[in-house]
Design a protein around this ligand. Structure first.
Ligand code: HEC
Ligand code: HEC
Ligand code: HEC
Ligand code: HEC
Ligand code: HEC
Ligand code: HEC
Ligand code: HEC
Length: 575
């Protein structure tokens, strides 16, 4: 009773108690109906405005605003087809409700007569990284060691190898190679106490809108204003926060719902030119290189490399391979003991808003799948059910033809290594089973998604600094990346997925043992990298480097002259 004596008298700085209501605005504790976040918040915030001014499709207010969200239960509710109970499940860790997969039991001792929850229990806050982590990969706070669980939600981590945490790598529970020497934090911004919302804020949050004109505050502000004191009133903002969160133009960005390019990027918060006195030709360097290219030199967690949907395991799931982990299976049961090496990203030239190309670090994720011709003769992805019925005689039992073709060790089951259509004959066995089920002209196709990397920034001391890293024959700039070590038999190389905003970037090359490697080409990206690309003054630069004069005034001057000569030759180009 004591702590709960009068929690409903709002204290300064505390969010008022929220009534937990169903869709019909009745207290859930009385109706037993699923909790409706929108109905629960609508009394005081303009939920209609919020849910129509957002690029997020799933707008469960609690997901992003309640302390201690139960990410796992929330996602299980979706996976089990109980979407309407997702909000109930999400509050499981707060102590207000127990959701057992069938029924919600509300804790009456933490609610008042109007169905309002104790604000100490259902705590409403500005979004914290735990909230964003429900869907955007592993986020972590506190002193518990960071771990990769086999069953926790971590899609974005799988896609990029990203972990948002202030913890040092060496303190994690992940079996990282050379761990004892890894004293850096996973993310420098997390270490400096930044939250996702500090960079991805509400579009009309008055705190962040000092650049009124460019950041969407008032498009009509006159040109002569350097500072516009006319702000959105804070109470108006609280009622109608614009949920088109500030964001950029990631290479893999999909949702075109809402504006892009609305956030401050690295160079809008930091003065790049002032932080790099050792780097000559800053303008050229910063025009050609994104900040991430030097400051995200390596990702330390495993990331997906390929998803093979041309064949399915006994559970009907595609076979996934990850880079940066021993054995390639980042969902393996014995995950905690597998050696995690991480990976070095590949650099691709992303087209900026101004139509220029800038090198950005990427992971490459390649998907292999069946396509077929529909009635109209158009090529489509094969539905999973059709492939299941072609491969399996009954649930989990492969057809004899499939076993005969793939069971290389004849033990009557298919191991992870055997689940691969690596020859034309094996492809044809499955193609025939598909054709028998009425599928027209089935064939294998492969597409590669470039995933740009922007988090897990390293501090300056760990960023790329050596001139030779880029200006030498085995330059970072053209370092290849494995696409798949050994993949399905393809007639043509994997294609780029959709319309990735990249500039002509390189080529897919067979690796000779049934896999593919991507080799970037700087010439194609219309970059000229002295010392790497063949050019008359390559040798001159090389000599400079060897003489070790780079840091000195002499070296710098030589470079400027060389740079000027190069520009006179018309090679410099405009950016
Ligand atoms: C009874 C009215 C009321 C209801 C219902 C209500 N809010 Fe609020 N909300 C307020 C008030 C008043 C404030 C400003 C109070 C403060 O923090 O000083 C506020 C502030 C907030 C803030 C800013 C908090 C911070 O620390 O920055 C968020 C986020 C928020 N509400 C989200 C929600 C969500 C999500 C719901 C539904 C689950 C909700 N509110 C339901 C009245 C309400
Ligand atoms: C996908 C995550 C997400 C969802 C879902 C979401 N919000 Fe927000 N909300 C945010 C972010 C991010 C901010 C901006 C915080 C900032 O600018 O500092 C914000 C800001 C707010 C604010 C202003 C206070 C503040 O912290 O700046 C309120 C009030 C609010 N949201 C209420 C709601 C309500 C009500 C819903 C459901 C209709 C909702 N939100 C759904 C992420 C979300
Ligand atoms: C220090 C600033 C900063 C912080 C903190 C930050 N981001 Fe970002 N985020 C960026 C930048 C910069 C980009 C790239 C924008 C561009 O140029 O396209 C980005 C891109 C993204 C993207 C799109 C690309 C991608 O990686 O999928 C998502 C989603 C995203 N951030 C989510 C988050 C989440 C979730 C958090 C918290 C766990 C977070 N961000 C924290 C700066 C930040
Ligand atoms: C319920 C799952 C979920 C939560 C929680 C969530 N997001 Fe997202 N987010 C998504 C999905 C899915 C997308 C892709 C767009 C879509 O389909 O909604 C996305 C897209 C984004 C993007 C744009 C990426 C691009 O393409 O440029 C940003 C930025 C982002 N989220 C930031 C955040 C931040 C910050 C939070 C925490 C306040 C958050 N998200 C919470 C699911 C979520
Ligand atoms: C919204 C503003 C914002 C954005 C965007 C942002 N940063 Fe930061 N960054 C900060 C702040 C604040 C700090 C902490 C500074 C401090 O400790 O005083 C920081 C710290 C850093 C540091 C550590 C500096 C030191 O003191 O050692 C580096 C390196 C860095 N950021 C690089 C980047 C890169 C690269 C990007 C783009 C991917 C980026 N930042 C995007 C605000 C930002
Ligand atoms: C060519 C590689 C490279 C590029 C490109 C690069 N950085 Fe750095 N950055 C470094 C290195 C190396 C250091 C550390 C230098 C030293 O102190 O020895 C550093 C240092 C920093 C620091 C810390 C400075 C300090 O005073 O402690 C910040 C902040 C920073 N960089 C941000 C950025 C931003 C923002 C960009 C993009 C505009 C960027 N960097 C582009 C390599 C790079
Ligand atoms: C992270 C990779 C990287 C590092 C590290 C790097 N550079 Fe560069 N450098 C580039 C790229 C990319 C270009 C631009 C090529 C273009 O624009 O065509 C460039 C351009 C140049 C140019 C030509 C400038 C001009 O305007 O024509 C010179 C000279 C140069 N770098 C010298 C150096 C020196 C000296 C160092 C070490 C202190 C260094 N670079 C470190 C990648 C790098």
């Amino acid at each position: 009773m004591s702590a709960f004596a009068s929690p409903f008298d709002a204290r300064p700085g505390q969010h008022p108690p929220v009534p937990l209501l169903d869709e019909a605005k009745r207290p859930v504790i009385q109706s037993g109906r699923p909790l409706s976040p929108e109905a629960s918040c609508a009394g005081c915030h303009d939920t209609e405005f919020i849910t129509t001014n957002t690029f997020h499709k799933d707008m469960n207010c609690f997901a992003c605003h309640v302390a201690k969200p139960d990410a796992k239960a929330y996602r299980e509710a979706f996976a089990n087809g109980q979407k309407e109970r997702a909000a109930d499940a999400l509050l499981g860790k707060t102590g207000i409700v127990t959701w057992d997969g069938e029924r919600s039991r509300w804790n009456a001792s933490q609610m008042d007569a109007q169905g309002r929850a104790n604000p100490e229990v259902v705590k409403i806050t500005a979004p914290r990284l735990e909230n964003c982590g429900i869907c955007h990969g592993v986020t972590h706070r506190g002193s518990e060691p960071v771990r990769l669980d086999t069953d926790s939600p971590r899609d974005a981590t799988d896609l990029k190898g990203q972990i948002f945490s202030a913890q040092r790598l060496s303190d994690s529970a992940i079996n990282l190679a050379g761990k004892e020497h890894l004293s850096r934090p996973w993310d420098i911004h997390a270490e400096r106490l930044m939250e996702c919302r500090h960079c991805h804020h509400a579009a009309n949050n008055p705190i962040f809108n000092d650049k009124v004109r460019s950041l969407g505050g008032s498009p009509d502000a006159p040109m002569h204003l350097k500072f516009d004191a006319r702000r959105v009133d804070f109470m108006d903002y609280l009622a109608r926060p614009d949920h088109n969160l500030a964001r950029g133009r990631p290479t893999h960005g999909t949702s075109e719902n809402g504006p892009r390019g609305t956030m401050r990027r690295c160079e809008d918060c930091h003065d790049g030119e002032r932080s790099h006195p050792w780097l000559p030709f800053e303008k050229s360097h910063f025009a050609a290189l994104s900040c991430e290219s030097c400051h995200v030199p390596k990702m330390f967690a495993p990331a997906v490399e390929s998803v093979d949907e041309t064949i399915l395991d006994a559970q009907g799931k595609p076979v996934t391979f990850s880079r940066g982990i021993e054995g390639g299976d980042a969902r393996a049961k014995q995950l905690a003991s597998l050696l995690v090496t991480g990976y070095e990203p590949v650099w691709l030239s992303r087209v900026t808003a101004k139509g220029q190309g800038k090198l950005l670090p990427h992971n490459l994720v390649t998907r292999f799948q069946w396509v077929f011709k529909d009635e109209a003769g158009e090529e489509r992805e094969l539905p999973r059910e059709t492939l299941v019925s072609a491969l399996f005689a009954s649930s989990g039992v492969y057809r004899d033809e499939v076993l005969a073709a793939l069971d290389r060790d004849a033990d009557k089951s298919l191991s992870r290594g055997e689940l691969l259509l690596d020859t034309q004959e094996r492809v044809e066995v499955v193609a025939k089973l598909l054709t028998q089920r009425g599928v027209k002209e089935p064939r294998l196709s492969a597409s590669t998604l470039p995933v740009s990397l922007h988090h897990n920034v390293a501090s300056g001391s760990l960023a790329i600094k050596e001139c030779e890293d880029c200006h030498a024959p085995h330059s970072r700039v053209e370092r290849p990346m494995q696409v798949v070590a050994k993949g399905p038999y393809l007639r043509e190389a994997p294609q780029w997925a959709r319309h990735a905003p990249l500039r002509g970037v390189g080529k897919m090359v067979p690796n000779g043992v049934g896999g593919w490697v991507f080799v970037p080409e700087t010439a194609e990206a219309s970059l000229y990298i002295p010392g790497h690309d063949r050019h008359w003054w390559l040798d001159a630069l090389g000599a400079c480097l060897i003489l070790g004069t780079m840091g000195g005034v002499g070296g710098h001057a030589t470079l400027r002259i060389l740079g000027a000569r190069k520009r006179r030759q018309g090679k410099g180009g405009e950016r």
